[in-house]
Design a protein. Sequence first.
Length: 402
Amino acid sequence: MEETPEDAFAVVEGVMGLYDGLGGILEEGSTYHLAKAISLPVILVIDAHGMGRTILPLIQGLLSYDKAGIIKGVILNRVSKMFYASLKELIETELSIEVLGCFTEQKELHLESRHLGLKLPEEKRDLKEQVCRGADSLKETVSIERILAIGGAGEKDAASPKVDSHENKVTYQRADIKENDTHESKLRLAIARDEAFCFYYQENLKLLSKRGFELMPFSPLHDKKLPEHISGLLLGGGYPELFAKELSENDSMKTAIREAIRGGLPSLAECGGFLYLHKSLKDMEGRQYSMAGVIDADADYRGKLVRFGYVELTEKESCFLPEKEGIRGHEFHYFDSTENGTDCVAKKPTGSRRWKCVWEGENHWWGFPHLYYPSNPSFVEHFYQQAGLYQQSKLKQKDNLK
């Protein structure tokens, strides 16, 4: 077993603006809120391209909201080495913050993006080379020693900042999950894992495994059939729209999934997996391809974000969740369906916006939202129970044939 270097530490990357939380207007759920909750120091990366003295009020404004005092340094991005020296002196003279270095603009270091964000690492052939070149550049212009010192100090501070019990409070509905580690009683869960289906919360997979599922990866793109002896199916998010032609041409897999679900196999499908279950999918160029045909509806590209952000879902009739309880997740998609489902209601965490969504039954949950199972583990418990009932029915059928 390899030893962890003494100076190793984790970097937690923030998303959106430092203080942009729920609905874009609350601190709760923001990068700053997370840093406070887990006692991490913050280093600001400021895009200084084309900026001079105006950078002072920008940084000062961010510091003025730092009530916990966790912002420990600044790195200036896209600035020349020559001008950086002047900006560093100006910032450190007028503001109580240390400038740790800069990253010069280097157009050859470029990560391509698409409608759902950056392209996946395996899609970029020279990714390792670019990362290494970027790292070498950082060593020349950023004080790695100071960053290591700041990161180490975050672990040793005894007086960690406290999150107010009334403000920025995140609560989750909890349910007992019975751990089932005996190999004989594990239920096999087929999980789509390939280029088209690649978005999964690790916490979700851990919760499924802890409950007693044996995760069986398969590829709707490349495989011709589902894994054998499965008791459940999970189709996660990803990029089916980029592989619509290949998915459409794999008739054997489409038929296997359609017949398995119609035969009672418990199933979960989120976002990309939800699109795959449709009758057809029209890609960004307007080309229409047949999909699995489980859902009698069509999906197509809308040219803009249809829905984006955190949601909490409640059922119209209690099924996967205890009555009057919800489960949290998020939506982020440019495609939409002619039939999004009407069995649940999604509500934004701020404001009054809500809408109907999800196709749900006793043993299936299909919809656009990416769910976060730990927010209500009863969801996993119900799915596991349905998988167990399915397995029992299959065993009975087998016995009757003897």
